[in-house]
Design a protein around this ligand. Structure first.
Ligand code: KG4
Ligand code: ZN
Length: 332
């Protein structure tokens, strides 16, 4: 049996988890900082680092306690090496190094996106070749995995991440941070939708762009304001979401067919979006390609996904040195 302690501090959640054999969650502790960042309308890096420092030891202790394990029962410590906020990453990395060194355990550096992808291994067997749609506050990427541990990025956002666009549009609509879930809720109950553009880029491109759509929403609001009219937030939310969902789903479907994958998975905070999940599910049912999306707590940042991704590197003997550093722009 292989127990791996996972640690994640790349953004605004301080998280630790123990995972057995890369597939079974033994404990999963997440301390969210959302409340502290809310009044600033986004994550403030310096505040994030301070919270991580305060929380990290408690969170690791709690994960070990809930797992009812001693450090000697573990096989390795896996930690998010990047990408993310450098000050935030460093707290998790230092804690992981200290824990691994004190208990003579090997250290594993995990890419945050690999973590989001391997969240799926905690709920169903992963089959390759696989296509992963990673869609979060920091990323919007299409990644092909020909085999376990191998990633090929075939498309990414050229400007804002989808979640970032959700959060910025939410701010225009005066919704609280993070805005994604609020837009999702408004969109799902709306009785109409404003027509916003679809940004396809070049015909064969798997890249995304969301900043133009965000500007279209801002311009729409501005124009109505000048005419002295009120905007209907539900109609704006629904129109924005329709544009995002249509483009993301269509590009994912095209990629899945072009690469002949056996499985499509979605991961990351925006994969929690009800409208997106429903459209992806319907599309891949029609295309006859198995599609999976993790349950909500495993879509957003957590450390179980880091431990699961760490297990793949553990099997490959891919360990890190104690000179590991935070890599804010780490490539996949
Ligand atoms: O994966 P995550 O927890 O952190 C990053 O790695 O970025 O994703 C957070 C992002 C935020 O932008 C949040 O607004 C968005 O995911 N999000 C959603 C939904 N739930 C969270 N966006 C749209 N619809 C949702 N239901
Ligand atoms: Zn994330």
């Amino acid at each position: 049996m292989t127990y791996i302690l996972g640690i994640e501090t790349s953004c605004d959640e301080t998280a630790a988890s123990v995972v057995k054999d890369g597939t079974v969650i033994v404990s999963n502790v997440v301390a969210s900082q959302i409340e502290s960042h809310k009044r600033f309308g986004g994550v403030v890096p310096e505040i994030a680092s301070r919270h991580h420092v305060e929380q990290i030891t408690l969170v690791i202790e709690e994960a070990m306690k809930q797992a009812d394990l001693q450090p000697k029962d573990l096989s390795a410590v896996a930690v998010t090496e990047g990408p993310g906020l450098v000050g935030a990453l460093l707290i998790g990395i230092q804690a992981a190094k200290a824990f691994a060194f004190a208990n003579q355990l090997p250290l594993i550096g995990v890419h945050h996106i690999a973590g989001h992808v391997y969240a799926n291994a905690l709920e169903h067997p992963m089959e390759f070749p696989m296509l992963a749609l990673v869609i979060s506050g920091g990323h919007t990427e299409l990644v092909v995995m020909e085999e376990d541990g191998r990633f090929e990025k075939i498309g990414e956002t050229r400007d804002d991440a989808a979640g970032e666009a959700y959060d910025k549009v939410a701010r225009v609509l005066k919704l609280p941070y993070p805005g994604g879930p609020h837009i999702d809720r408004l969109a799902s109950t709306s009785d109409g939708a404003v027509e916003f553009p679809r940004v396809w880029l070049e015909e064969d491109s798997y890249d995304f762009s969301f900043s133009g759509l965000k500007s279209a929403v801002i311009n729409y609001q501005h124009n109505l304001q000048q005419k002295g009219e009120e905007i209907n937030p539900s109609h704006v939310a629904a129109g924005f979401q329709q544009s995002v969902v249509e483009v993301v789903t269509e590009k994912t479907r095209r990629a899945a067919e072009a690469y002949g994958v056996k499985q499509v998975i979605a991961a990351g905070g925006v994969a929690a979006n009800k409208g997106l999940r429903a459209k992806l599910e319907m599309t891949f049912k029609e295309a006859n390609i198995p599609f999976y999306v993790p349950s909500l707590p495993l879509c957003t940042d957590n450390a179980a996904m880091i431990a699961a991704a760490g297990y793949s590197k553990y099997k490959a003997g891919d360990f890190a040195g104690f000179d590991m550093n935070g890599r804010p722009g780490m490539p996949l």
